[in-house]
Structure formats: C-alpha cells, structure tokens
Design a protein around this ligand. Structure first.
Ligand SMILES: Nc1ncnc2c1ncn2[C@@H]1O[C@H](COP(=O)(O)OP(=O)(O)OP(=O)(O)O)[C@@H](O)[C@H]1O
Length: 873
C-alpha cells in the first residue's frame, strides 16, 4: 500500500507506472485517480498483461474543449493471470491477420469493496480481490477490444486458433513486438504508453499481466465521479488495403459501457480511519456494481460478436463471390479493351482513309477549280482577242468602205483612162509584132553565133593542146639550153623603190623574155647586162622561186646545189633567201619555200619506198671565223669550229650538228634563232657596219626500204657579204687602223676566193681550185668538186641612182660569173640530164661586160621555167 501511495503521489507527471502483484491495484488506482481528479487534468488507466494491453479506462473526458493535461497511469500485474483469463487474440505474425477470439472467457468488473478503509489489511485484501476481478474484467474487455479479423474464418478454426494462441502467449511474449491494440488509437496516450513500456524493466519469462488505469477527473473533487469502462471491438482494414463492400451492420463496433456512480468524496479527519475505510468500501461496492453490469454487457457483447462472426463469414463468401465476379469482370474488361483497341484501330484506319479521301477530293476539287479558272482565263483572253479583232475588223471595214468609195472614184477615173489605154494598147501590139519579127531574126543570128562559138571552143582546145605541146618542147629546149650553158646560172633582182625620196636610177628591161637589164644614167653611157633571168622590182617571191625550184628534184635524187645571194647592203639578199624580217611569215623566201617543197616531195606517192630525213644547219663566217647560228640562245660565241674534209668529198664542221627538221613549222623558229645569234655575234665583234657570210644547208637523206639504197642531196643557200662593204673596206684601206686593215683583205679574199674557184673550175683546172683559200670555199668544197652541182647566183641591185656605182660593181661581178661555164664531168661523171650536152664545152659569149647591150647569146633567149610540181617527175 505504501508503494501504491508513492505511486499515486507521482500522478502529476504525464505518465506514471504502478507495478503491483495485487489484483486490487486497479480498483485502488481508480479510487486514487478519482480522488486526484480535478478540472484541468485528464486521466487514463491501462492494464497490461505482459506487453499486452488488457484494458483501458479513461476518466474526465473533456467536453468543454479546454486545454488540459493528459496523465497516464499504468498498472502492471506482477502476477500472471490464469491462462484462461488471458485468452485473447494475438497476432501470430505481422503478416498474418489476427484471430478473432471465439468468445470472451471471462468478463466482469470488480465491484467496490464494502470493507472500511480504516482496515488497511482487510481493505487491501478486499481491494486485491476486487482488483483481480477488475483485472479479469479488464482482460475480458481487452479480449473484446481486439480488432476483428480481416478475413472471416470458421468458428471451429477460430476456437482452435484461440486455444493455440493462449498457450503460445507466455513463451512468445518477449519476442513479440508491442502493437497498439486499438486501431486508430495512436494518440498521445498510446505514444506515452509506448514510451512507458520502453522504460519498463525486462519482463521475466512466463510473462506477467499488466493493468493500466487512466483516470481523468470530470468534475471537481466534491462532485460525484462517474467512471466509464468502454470496450470496443472493431473490424480492421485488410492488409491488402482494399475495402470490400460490407453488408448492413458489418463492421459495427460492439460497445459495452458501464456507468458507475462513485460516492462523493467526504472530508474526514486523518484519524478517522474507520470513516475513510467506509468510504473506500463504498467505492469498492460501486466498482462491484460496475463489474456486475459489465458482465451482463459482456454477455450481450459476446452474442453480438457471434452474430458479427456470422456476418463476417457471410461477408467473406460475399467477398469471394465478388472476387470471382471481379475476375470475370477483369476478363470482360480485357476483352472489351481488346475490342476497343481493335475498334480504335479500325477507327484510326477509317479516319486516315477518310483524311486521304478528303485530301484527294480536295486536290481534285482544287485542280478542277484551277482548270475552270484557266478555262475562264482562256475564254476571257479569247473574248478580249475577239473583241480586239472585232475592233480591228470594224476599223478595216470602215477603211475598206472608205477605200471602196475611193476605188469607185478611181474606177470612174480609170474608166475614162481606159479608152486612151486601149488606143495605146493597139499601138503597142503593132510595135510588139514588129519586135517579134526582129527577135526571130536575132534568134537565127544567135544560133549562128553559138555554132561559131562551138567552133571557136574546139579551136581553143586544139590551141591549148598545141600550147601544152609547145610548152613541153620548150621545157625540153630549156633543159637542153641549161645543159649547154653548164651548171652555173645567174639571176638579177632589182629591189623595189621603197619610200625614199632619192632619185631613182633609170633601169630598162628591153627584151620580153626578161633576160636583159640596162642601166641608163642621165649622163654618160648605158650599161647593158644579160643574165639568165632578170627580175624587175615588181617581181614576187614566188616568181623567183619558180625559177629556182628546178634544182630541187636533183636534191631529192642525191644531187648538190648552191644558191648565192650577192649584192650591196640593203638590196634584199636576206629578203630573197629568208623572207621579210627573217621570219616564216609571207611572203616566204627561198629557204622556207624550198623546205616546204622538199617536205611535200618526201610525202608524195611517187616517193614509194623511199624514206627521207631532212636536216639543216646554219653557219656564219665572220672574219674567217665559223659560228653555229643554231647554237642555243645565250651560249658562248667564242666556241671554235673547224672545217674537216672526210672521205667522199664530205665536209663536216666540228661542234656544229645538223638539226633534223621534224616538221616544216620548225623553220620559222630556226631562222629567228639564227637572226638573234647573228645580232649577238655582231655585238661581240663590235663591228657596226660589217656583216659576214652565212650558209644555210639543207641535207636530204633518202633510204630505200626495199633495196636499202641511200642517197644524200645537199642544198646550200649562201648569203654573201655585201660587195659594197668589201669595196668600201678596200677603198679605205689606207685610212683604217691596224685591226680594221686586217679585215679588208679577209673580206675581199672571201669573195675573191669564190670567184677564183669558179673561174678555175670553168677553165677545167679543178684540181688547182683554191678551195682552202677561204673558209667559205672550204665549206662549199663538197659542192664545188661535184661535177653535177648546180650553182645559182642571184645578184641584187638597188634601184636608186645614188647606188649606181655599187650596182655597176655588183653587175660586173655577176657578169664575170655568168661568163663561166661549168659543165658536168669536169672531175666526175656527167649527170643523166647533161649527158647529151656535157661532152662539148660550150664557150659563153661575154654578156655582162657592160660595154655592149646586144651581145646576149641567142641560145639564152629561152628561159627555163620549171613548175614545182612538174619537176617532181
Ligand atoms: N623584193 C623586195 N620586196 C620588198 N621589200 C624588199 C625586197 N627586197 C628587199 N626588201 C626590203 O629591203 C630591206 C633590205 O633588205 P635586206 O635586209 O634583205 O637586204 P640585205 O641585202 O640582206 O642587207 P644586208 O646586206 O645589210 O644584210 C628590207 O627591209 C627588206 O624587207
């Protein structure tokens, strides 16, 4: 009791635990709680057996909505209750639904003790007995407070579970978690209870009942206290969380209420133990009444639980039926979903088809609209055109009406004129008849003329044929004359006048054949000269080439020829040989024309098995020094070249190679190269007025692919140094300085060497010919010693009177050469062309002395005209 009193003194804190092995503790605690009640505090008392709440009593429930302190009083039964009194529901495991108790084993509330409070021992015993009853009632209440099972079970099964659970409780208690017994009651009181339990010492094995009593004063200390013990039995929510449909009355809480009117507290003196005991007995009696009432209520509650169990079993079967229906509904639902999906897909396809059709119809409609618009535009255009045409037609109609009116006027005018026209017509008819007579006569005359023309054409053809025959015979005669003359021919070419203001010398060409030239100065005698051909200033490059080309067939056949261009400076030597400004431009000179001719000849069908190679070389001779004019540009001009004679009268120049002409086009660049080379040589010699000789050599080598026979023809074009230069040097011989003095003899020697060689050969002393007298004659030795070599001297003269002296000098040199006669066979066998005439050396009359003008040989009256093509044969 002392312990209880000490505990009661600790009621003020929010939570108080009272442990006692006396079953009267509950009733005592209730009494003390009633005594400790006041208006500002709530109390709740909970009885525990072990860690299991077996009853909860609250007092002083606030109904005034005022803030009050909560106090919890926990009573733990230290004595274990009999097994049958603790029968209740315990969850076997957290994942298993709790078993529903089959029935309440014991119920009841301990009634109030009738013993006086002064008898402490007796009161204690009475209180202990009452407390045991209260604890039993609380345990019964607790059993009723267990939540109903989530799943209904059979009654037998539930009873078996209950028995099993009752037996397992003591052993399972320590390891079982303390779960709140009332679902949804986890308020401050439950939290405080859990906090209290955590501070509770370890529970001994075998478990112990615990009774917790919470008391809350409802009224003041002087007010009678009403204690209500409430036991609720409530269905809990299934673990799955699903809330099945409940039948009417299902889930309703079974509630037992016991109202106890406690006697009002009386103030007694401390010494009035008897009175106080009496008070306590009154309280105990009241508690017993409450217990009795509770027992009745528990019976009712048990019946209610049984009916609830039946309802639950009905509900379970109802739920199973519902589940099967749900399954069926699910299947139907999935079927419906599938059908819906199919239908939606069909709807989608239909929609898409509908959209496509709509689009197609729209595009078709738009196209039709466009077509209609274009048709409308075309119609509008046609309408406009028609309207404009109509307007034009209207205008034209108006014009035609106007014209018609004019025409009517004109017709009337013309009608008047018609009479006069008819008169004129008759006159014209008469005139036409007369004209037709004249035409008939003229037709006869035309026929006569046509006949005469036909006769004339026949005559002309005969004459042409006769002319051809005569031309052929003339050529024969020309060749014969050439053979008679020998192989030296001399031409004279007069340069055009140019744009100078100098007086032009009087030059006459007396004969028709063009072989004579007469210089006729205004004062003094005339100077006639006769050559093989005289080319007036009007002659062309082609004219002179026609006369030169007779030599080319012999070159193709392996013969030799030399063309010498001789004359004063600026008289056209280079022009004749190379062309204007030494380029391959028109009009081409003798060198490019000869090369073109040779190229054509090498490709001619008549060349048959012969394969030709054309090579060229250009050599300059300055002061008896040899230069390669085809040397690469920029190469040294100081390279020494020497002339060597080799077997077969062949002449080679060291360090100077023949350049093969792959094409005739190369000719132009080669001539330009030579021109630049000559300029650089002149610069290196510092010789402003003097130019040397140049020798352009064409070598044609033919190889017969059938017989293997070879032939080599050589053609030299020699540009001789100006005669006036030589003469000027000679004339100023005494006035020149030493270095220049040396030049004059060399130049003169070079020219004279050519003349000496030719004169020696013409006097049949070829073995004594001074070939080595100069570099030029040495270089040309191969051609000189060949008896078949054809030589052509072309002397160039100026048309100006101021150059008369130089012109005379050139013409006299040419006349001297012209007097020479070289006939094949001097030192070699005669050529086939000269075989008929070479046996007789025909002396030539002097025709170039300048003293006579009519001494030209009669045999030279026929000029050899050699067409290029005809000479190929
Ligand atoms: N038959 C011609 N027709 C037209 N122009 C000509 C004729 N002959 C010469 N000429 C012109 O006369 C000028 C001198 O000619 P070219 O240089 O050939 O003389 P050249 O005798 O070679 O002179 P040089 O002895 O100084 O070398 C050139 O401008 C040339 O074009």
């Amino acid at each position: 009791m002392d312990q209880l009193n000490r505990s009661l003194s600790k009621l003020k804190p929010p939570s108080t635990i009272v442990r006692s092995n006396s079953s009267s503790a509950l009733s005592t605690a209730l009494a003390v709680a009633a005594a400790a009640m006041n208006e500002n505090e709530n109390y709740s008392a909970t009885a525990f057996f072990g860690n299991r709440s077996i009853g909860t009593t609250t007092t002083g429930t606030d109904k005034r909505n005022e803030p009050k302190k909560d106090h919890t009083l926990t009573l733990e039964m230290l004595e274990p209750l009999p097994p049958k009194t603790v029968a209740g529901v315990k969850r076997k495991a957290e994942d298993e639904p709790p078993s529903r108790p089959s029935r309440v084993a014991a119920a009841g509330t301990a009634g109030p003790s009738k013993r006086p409070t002064s008898n402490t021992r007796g009161a204690t015993a009475t209180t202990a007995g009452a407390a045991r009853k209260v604890a039993g009632a609380a345990a019964g209440t607790q059993r009723q407070q267990h939540p109903p099972p989530t799943k209904p079970a059979g009654r037998a099964q539930l009873q078996a579970q209950t028995r099993q659970t009752s037996r397992a409780i003591p052993a399972a208690r320590p390891a079982t978690a303390k779960a709140p017994l009332t679902s949804g009651k986890a308020g401050p009181t439950a939290a405080a209870s859990r906090a209290t339990r955590t501070t509770t010492p370890p529970v001994p094995a075998g478990g112990r009942p615990r009774a917790v009593l919470s008391a809350r004063p409802k009224t003041g200390p002087s007010q009678p206290v009403t204690t209500r013990a409430t036991t609720r039995s409530r269905s809990t929510t299934p673990a799955t969380g699903t809330q099945p449909a409940q039948p009417r009355g299902a889930g309703k809480a079974a509630e037992v209420s016991v109202d106890i009117e406690l006697p009002a507290k009386k103030k007694r003196a401390a010494w009035d133990t008897k009175g106080r005991l009496q008070d306590m007995e009154e309280v105990t009696g009241a508690l017993y009444d409450m217990l009795n009432k509770s027992t009745g209520n528990i019976t009712e509650m048990t019946q209610s639980l049984e009916s609830n169990a039946n309802k639950i079993s009905e509900l379970e079967s109802f739920r199973i039926g519902l589940e099967s229906k749900v399954v069926d509904k699910d299947i139907e639902h999935s079927d419906m979903l599938q059908k819906m999906s199919t239908v939606e897909q069909e709807i989608f396809m239909l929609n898409r088809k509908h959209l496509d059709n709509t689009k197609a119809m729209q595009s078709k409609q738009e196209m039709e609209v466009d077509q209609q618009k274009s048709i409308q535009a075309r119609l509008q255009q046609d309408l406009d055109t028609t309207e404009s045409s109509l307007r034009i037609a209207t205008n034209q109609l108006e014009q035609q009406i106007q014209e018609s009116a004019n025409l009517r006027t004109t017709i009337s005018t013309q009608s008047s004129n018609c009479l006069s026209f008819e008169t004129d017509n008759r006159a014209l008819k008469l005139k036409i008849e007369r004209t037709e007579g004249t035409v008939a006569k003229r037709v006869v005359t035309i026929k006569e003329l046509e006949r005469q023309l036909s006769d004339s054409e026949t005559q002309a053809r005969k004459l042409q044929q006769k002319a051809k025959d005569e031309e052929a015979s003339r050529r024969k005669l020309s060749n014969a004359i050439m053979d008679l003359k020998g192989h030296i021919r001399v031409f004279c070419r007069v340069r055009p006048y140019g744009s100078t203001d100098d007086a032009v010398a009087s030059i006459n060409y007396p004969d028709l054949e063009g072989r004579e030239i007469v210089l006729a100065p205004t004062k003094g005698p005339k100077y006639p000269f006769t050559f093989d051909k005289v080319f007036a200033a009007t002659s062309s490059q082609e004219d002179i080439f026609d006369e030169v080309s007779y030599m080319l067939p012999s070159i193709m056949n392996g013969g030799n020829a030399c063309v010498f261009a001789y004359g004063a400076t600026q008289t056209g030597k280079s022009y004749t040989l190379e062309g204007p400004s030494s380029t391959a431009e028109e009009p081409l000179g003798l060198i490019p024309r000869s090369i073109l001719w040779i190229y054509e000849a090498t490709r001619a069908p008549e060349s048959n098995d012969w394969r030709y190679t054309v090579e060229v070389r250009h050599i300059g001779i300055y002061n008896e020094t040899i230069y390669d004019l085809h040397a690469p540009e920029g190469s040294s001009t100081g390279t020494k070249h020497e002339i060597h004679s080799i077997a077969g009268n062949k002449i080679i120049v060291s360090g100077v190679n023949m350049t093969e002409l792959k094409s005739a086009v190369m000719m132009g660049s080669l001539l330009r190269t030579a021109q630049r080379r000559q300029a650089s040589i002149r610069t290196s010699l510092k010789d402003g007025y003097y130019s040397g000789h140049s020798v352009f050599t064409i070598r044609v080598v033919g190889v017969n692919s059938g017989t293997g026979k070879t032939k080599e023809g050589v053609l030299h074009f020699v540009d001789l140094v100006a005669s006036d230069a030589a003469s000027e040097v000679a004339k100023k011989d005494s006035g020149f300085e030493d270095s220049d003095k040396k030049k004059a003899p060399e130049i003169d020697q070079s020219l004279k060497g050519v003349e000496d060689v030719i004169l020696t050969l013409s006097s049949h002393k070829d073995s004594q010919a001074p070939y080595l007298g100069s570099k030029l004659t040495h270089l040309l030795q191969g051609s000189f010693v060949d008896g078949n070599t054809k030589m052509l001297f072309v002397v160039h003269i100026s048309p100006l009177s101021m150059h008369l002296e130089q012109t005379l000098r050139s013409l006299r040199f040419a006349a001297k050469v012209n007097n020479c006669l070289l006939v094949g066979g001097l030192n070699s066998a005669p050529s086939p062309s000269t075989s008929s005439s070479s046996a007789a050396a025909v002396p030539r009359k002097a025709g170039g002395s300048g003293s006579t003008s009519s001494s030209a040989t009669s045999s030279s009256s026929v000029t050899a005209v050699v067409p290029r093509r005809s000479k190929l044969t």
